[in-house]
Design a binder for this molecule. Structure first.
Ligand code: FAD
Length: 317
């Protein structure tokens, strides 16, 4: 079922989560074990992230270094099918532009369509770790909006080459990313919103936000979106702090602020367990306020830590 159908049928705020594919070499049981304890909260859907290639340097026999592209967490299509099969819950694959030609994207979309996956989160993806700027593949999509156009073409039965006769249209529901604290490359929030609006005009039906730790930022963002004519559901994405080092890592990776009060609380903790407790309590507080305001879904970035998400979900749902 489409994410938007889940939302329109729901009588109260839904629960959903995001998982990462296992590291290369691990089997599917690590994913099943992470999801199993959360099934009692009836997730409406489960997002599966996509991790593009990185470059590593391998020493050859002659002593020279060879630059090799490798993916640490390969897979999305198979994991989505496995999740849907095991738990009868909708899986939402994240599809990115980076590293894919349009042809490869089409092939992945065809597989997802055959498997009965109804949803896609359409993203641009980031630059390769060792490169400063995002560079699209030759004949690949440059922005999430280009990827949306490609998915929407398939939804109309239009494939890349015009020689497909009587093509069956797909029926993907497309979600996109949104940034209450602005995408880090955007010159300002208004410009960023212009492109968010473009994604919606092209066919995106809902958005999921980057994590935030101050609900006011989300409320202000939603208000601004509505003023700009963006009327789709905007699903808040939440992540609990679980270690002291995340106070610096999260802002540097995700370009978000962490409120002073939360920083002080975490810094006062003398054990890792206390830090986790503070992070969980903060996330519960955020969740309860958002739920009270009637957000459609609370979407948790689980990062494989189902014990933490379980404690939060138990207090909220
Ligand atoms: P876009 O919407 O393409 O925007 C990128 C930048 O370009 C923005 O600054 C925007 O303002 C600007 N822009 C957009 N369109 C245009 C245009 N037509 N012309 C000029 N400028 C434009 N990354 C992964 O690699 N894998 C994942 O699984 C993943 N999941 C995510 C899930 C969520 C909920 C979020 C919020 C992010 C996720 N990301 C993921 C990170 C995301 O890929 C990065 O933030 C990326 O830098 C931008 O992706 P986007 O889809 O927002 O890009």
């Amino acid at each position: 079922m489409k994410v938007t159908e889940h939302i329109s049928r729901a009588k109260s705020t839904l629960f959903s989560l995001e998982i990462l594919p296992p590291l290369k070499g691990q089997d599917i049981s690590s994913i099943f074990n992470a999801i199993e304890p959360l099934m009692e909260f009836k997730p409406a859907f489960i997002d599966v992230t996509y991790h593009r290639e990185e470059y590593i340097y391998k020493k050859r026999e002659n002593g020279l270094l060879e630059k090799v592209a490798t993916r640490k967490r390969p897979g999305t299509v198979g994991i989505c099918a496995a999740i849907m099969n095991k738990f009868q819950v909708d899986a939402v694959p994240h599809m990115i532009c980076g590293g894919f030609t349009k042809e490869e994207t089409e092939n992945a979309l065809i597989d997802l369509n055959f498997l009965g996956v109804d949803n896609i989160l359409a993203l641009r993806g980031d630059a390769i770790k060792s490169e400063g700027m995002f560079v699209p593949e030759e004949n690949g999509n440059k922005y999430a909006s280009d990827l949306i156009k490609q998915v929407q073409d398939m939804n109309k039965g239009k494939y890349l080459h015009d020689d497909v006769e009587n093509a069956a249209p797909s029926n993907f529901c497309i979600g996109v990313a949104a940034y209450p604290e602005k995408h880090f490359e955007a010159p300002n929030l208004k410009t960023d919103l212009k492109y968010l609006k473009m994604k919606i005009d092209l066919g995106a039906e809902y958005a999921v936000t980057q994590m935030f730790f101050d609900n006011q930022k989300y409320f202000d963002f939603v208000d601004l979106c509505r003023k700009e004519g963006i009327n789709i559901p905007i699903i808040p994405g939440l992540k609990p702090i679980t270690s002291k080092k995340q106070l610096n890592i999260l802002p540097s990776i995700f370009h978000i602020d962490i409120p002073e009060e939360l920083v002080e609380r975490v810094n006062k903790c003398s054990t890792p367990e206390q830090v986790k407790e503070e992070g969980i309590n903060w996330c519960i507080k955020q969740s309860l306020e958002l739920k009270k305001k009637g957000v459609p879904v609370l979407h948790y970035y689980s990062m494989g830590k189902s014990d933490v998400i379980k404690k939060i979900a138990s207090a909220v749902f």
